[in-house]
Design a protein around this ligand. Structure first.
Ligand SMILES: N[C@@H](CCC(=O)N[C@@H](CS)C(=O)NCC(=O)O)C(=O)O
Length: 217
């Protein structure tokens, strides 16, 4: 019954929401999806999550997950068929934590400054781009050793980071494709073509109070 499903507030192009939708789809979990517009956050969302960001997952018991990483963890804790989560305490777990932290706390602000350079006139866009390239180089180094960021299998690190690299590449795809990071380009292209990504980019109409329920996936 749809009323008993978790409710996901999402924004289609938001990289945090993309990583969450990919994790939910991979885990085979179904939610009610409420597509929002960032400048018109619905009051139902603000009532359960006053910080006013997406994604947010409201669980049927009343718990609210307000961070994309918590939502990914919640999904994978229920069903993780290909072991996306590395063994706790393993070197792979430490590597995943380091890469995702660097993505969220260093690379994401650099991406925002590169993408919206006109809002940060202290430096030109190229300067912000070169700041972000340090992380791209780190990813390239990982991918020189194996197909995916942590090894020969896709993991939650790939999915947590991919939507942000995608956005960085999209700012100037010609520049990105001309850079010598061949492994990173191959990695990005294979994720862009993956059904796991294309399927979660379906365009849902903006949700408004009283709208019919949209199921995801
Ligand atoms: N740390 C949060 C960040 C979420 C976030 O910043 N989402 C953006 C959209 S991509 C947002 O909701 N922005 C609205 C705002 O800041 O007003 C997470 O991991 O979920």
């Amino acid at each position: 019954m749809a009323g008993a499903l978790p409710v996901l507030y999402s924004f289609r192009r938001c990289p945090y929401a993309i990583r969450v939708r990919m994790a939910l789809r991979y885990s085979g979990l179904r939610v009610e999806l409420r597509e929002v517009v960032l400048r018109e956050m619905p009051r139902e969302l603000l009532a359960c999550s006053p910080k006013g960001t997406v994604p947010v997952l409201m669980l049927p018991g009343g718990a609210v997950l307000q961070e994309s990483r918590d939502i990914m963890d919640w999904a994978l804790a229920q069903h993780d068929p290909d072991q996306w989560r590395p063994q706790p305490g393993s070197p792979a777990a430490a590597a995943a934590q380091h890469l995702i932290d660097t993505n969220d706390f260093d690379f994401k602000p650099q991406l925002d400054r590169y993408k919206y350079a006109e809002r940060y006139p202290e430096h030109p866009a190229d300067w912000y781009r070169s700041e972000g390239e340090r992380f791209l180089d780190e990813l390239e180094q990982c991918l020189l050793h194996h197909t995916w960021l942590l090894g020969e299998r896709m993991s939650m690190a790939d999915i947590a980071i991919f939507p942000f690299v995608r956005q960085f590449a999209l700012v100037d795809r010609g520049w990105f494709d001309a850079t010598p990071r061949i492994k990173l380009r191959t990695w990005l292209n294979s994720l862009l073509l993956a059904e796991l990504f294309t399927a979660v980019m379906y365009k849902y109409p903006q949700w408004r109070s009283g709208a019919p329920v949209s199921l995801f996936p």
